[in-house]
Design a protein. Structure first.
Length: 215
């Protein structure tokens, strides 16, 4: 009896040693498997390989920043070059403008000196015409007066004008006093008589008028 009990007991598998069996699935239903649990080792290995082949995030950000820094440096260099060329162009333009003004002044001064020399050569002839007109009869003086007027007009076109300060206040800058004497009805210091007409060139005294000043 004890052997039979022992044999019977030996044939009976223990609950703890029995292999785990899949739960029975009711008819009409299919078993669902979690995607995470269904991942195969090959898939996991592939993901690991992909991550292992890509550079770290810090390296990628540094690599992306390098072209931007290069572009900024290139733009700054071009800006400096542009400023240098602009400054050079401005200096060149200023130098040319100064050169043009200087040459214009030199040409104007040369023309003025030439006109002044020509006028000084002609002034004695004009003085002779003035003396002649003062001693000629009125009828005979008409032709001489016409010549004098034509010469005066030609000189005026070049900026030369004559002046006769009769009755004006004596001005040593424009008048040359030949003598002084009392003149009845004339205030002292006034030009009483003009010996020789004066001339100006563009407002500057070319030759002062020679006068007699009343005392």
């Amino acid at each position: 009896m004890s052997k039979e009990r022992d044999g019977t007991h030996a044939q009976r598998p223990a609950a703890s040693e029995a292999p785990a069996a899949d739960a029975a699935v009711p008819a009409g239903e299919t078993a669902t498997v979690d995607a995470s649990e269904a991942a195969t080792p090959s898939d996991a290995a592939g993901d690991g390989a992909a991550l292992e082949g890509s550079p770290p995030a810090d390296a990628r950000s540094e690599t992306a920043a390098e072209p931007v820094e290069h572009d900024i440096a290139e733009l700054l260099a071009k800006a400096r070059e542009r400023d240098e060329y602009l400054a050079l162009a401005q200096r060149t333009q200023a130098d040319f403008e100064n050169f043009r003004k200087r040459k214009s002044r030199e040409v104007a001064d040369a023309e003025g000196r030439g006109v002044a020399r020509l006028a000084k050569e002609l002034l004695p002839a004009l003085d002779s015409l003035d003396l002649a007109l003062g001693h000629m009869p009125e009828e005979a003086a008409k032709g001489v007066k016409l010549v004098q007027d034509e010469l005066a007009a030609a000189l005026a076109r070049t900026g030369i004008e004559g002046f006769s300060p009769q009755g004006e206040r004596f001005d040593p800058n424009e008048h040359e006093a030949m003598s002084q004497r009392p003149v009845e009805g004339t205030k002292p210091g006034t030009v009483a008589e003009v010996f020789q007409r004066g001339y100006r060139l563009n407002g500057t005294v070319l030759r002062p008028a020679r006068v007699v000043v009343a005392e």
